[in-house]
Design a protein around this ligand. Structure first.
Ligand code: CTP
Length: 407
């Protein structure tokens, strides 16, 4: 499934309780629809003070439900009808008052009523409830709010956020509702099977930069997109993810611990001491094989001879091979970026680096792009993952890894 259809076929009840952040819910409705969801908006009376049902109806393409007493419902059970149809209920914004209500199981308006009436789905789990808190920082920090949140989380709700930053009241702190795109991604992630629940996954990503002098260096065209997609997919699958990133301009996937490095040696020094604490190591980084033997402290000037100065090079440590040699090593996955003879080179790396799985891809065809084609090579054989966006491929790769490590 393409990245653009990540919620294809999902029906989402988008609940709005009262708060300034209701204006962000308009954008959220659009984001959810853009990735394929159908959206049924339900608003509390308080929410209607902040944004009109007309706006939300126009954006969602469906009449907004606001009352449990709506006589147009044939059975007069809006709360049952709405919750039975939903694949997930996302309340954004979730006010302090609304969270308190849910914590107590109160049901005196349509939105809280339908949250309480969520049915069990296949697998015995109730229809998921996701809450996006939005409130002033003092309200957020209040022990009553924290107590209520702990209760709703213990009852199975997934709390997305809040974020940190400027607040409508002019203060700065925790309590901002997450942005629409973050909530969309949180909802998408909640639907992913938790194939790596509790597993620790270490990933290298991006290029490395090998300094020649203070203004120049050797690097390559890797964008880091594949490695960042693997980090996101592993996190969505329930893993605790550490991402060691070379110099790239990509946002850190949510809930992923990121360590920034520049050179291959720094990447090696960041990875090796922590590798054995992880269950899986995925080496997606395009690590420079060579570095200048000694970087000059000063900019190297032309000497007028017309000759480029000779730069002595030395080989970088092979991070993947070093991790694969560790006692108690994690399950190691290598990437092979090739320009030709993909299967042959990938298999050769499988043996040379002594790892159980190598993922081949054609470097020039994928560096910097949003899509890729992967060839999985292991002792059993080969499997191609057809051209797709990198996040979809990363999710497929996570499934393959989970299967191989027996989870
Ligand atoms: N790798 C690594 N450290 C290095 C070089 C490579 O960890 N110093 C890892 C890469 O992250 C990748 C795999 O090894 O997972 C293969 O990298 P690649 O650059 O394709 O292969 P090389 O080992 O450099 O071999 P060759 O030069 O023959 O292509």
């Amino acid at each position: 499934m393409s990245n653009l259809a990540q919620l294809h076929g999902r029906h989402v009840v988008l609940g709005l309780s009262g708060g300034i952040a209701c204006y962000k819910a308009a954008e959220l409705a659009r984001e959810l629809i853009k990735v394929g969801a159908t959206v049924q908006v339900v608003m509390t009376e308080a929410a209607e003070h902040f944004i009109t049902a007309v706006t939300m109806q126009a954006l969602s393409g469906r009449p907004v439900a606001t009352s449990q007493w709506d006589p147009r419902e044939a059975n007069n059970m809006a709360h049952i009808n709405l919750s039975r149809e939903a694949d997930a209920v996302l309340v954004a914004p979730a006010s302090a008052d609304f969270i308190a209500k849910i914590a107590q199981g109160r049901a005196d308006d349509l939105l809280s009523l339908l949250c309480l009436a969520r049915p069990l789905k296949a697998g015995g789990q109730p229809c998921p409830l996701l809450l996006a808190p939005a409130m002033n920082r003092e309200m957020w920090a209040h022990p009553a709010t924290q107590r209520n949140l702990a209760q709703v989380a213990a009852d199975g709700a997934l709390v997305l956020g809040p974020g940190h930053g400027d607040q409508a009241c002019g203060e700065v702190g925790d309590g901002r509702m997450l942005e629409a795109a973050e909530l969309r991604d949180g909802l998408v992630a909640s639907f992913q099977p938790k194939l790596l629940a509790g597993r620790r996954v270490l990933i290298t990503a991006g290029p490395t930069f090998e300094a020649i002098d203070p203004v120049r260096g050797i690097t390559n065209l890797s964008s880091g997109k594949m490695g960042f997609a693997v980090a996101r997919a592993a996190q969505e699958a329930g893993a605790l993810v550490t991402l060691v990133a070379g110099p790239v301009h990509l946002p850190t996937p949510r809930h992923v611990r990121r360590i920034d490095v520049k050179s291959a040696q720094q990447m090696h020094d960041a990875v090796l001491p922590i590798a054995a604490e992880h269950d899986v190591f995925v080496a997606t980084a395009a690590v420079a094989d060579w570095r200048p033997a000694s970087a000059s402290d000063q900019k190297i000037k032309k000497d007028g001879s017309g000759q480029m100065p000779t730069i002595a090079m030395t080989e970088n440590p092979d991070i993947l091979a070093a991790v694969a040699r560790l006692p108690g090593r994690p399950y190691c996955v290598g990437f092979a970026a090739e320009s030709h003879d993909l299967a042959r080179h990938a298999r050769e790396k499988l043996v040379r680096k002594n790892v159980p799985l190598v993922v081949g891809n054609l470097g020039p065809a994928t560096f910097g792009r949003d899509d890729n084609t992967l060839l999985l090579v292991d002792a059993q054989g080969e499997r191609e993952l057809a051209t797709a966006d990198k996040l979809s491929l990363a999710r497929e790769l996570v499934r393959e890894i989970a299967r191989r490590i027996g989870q």
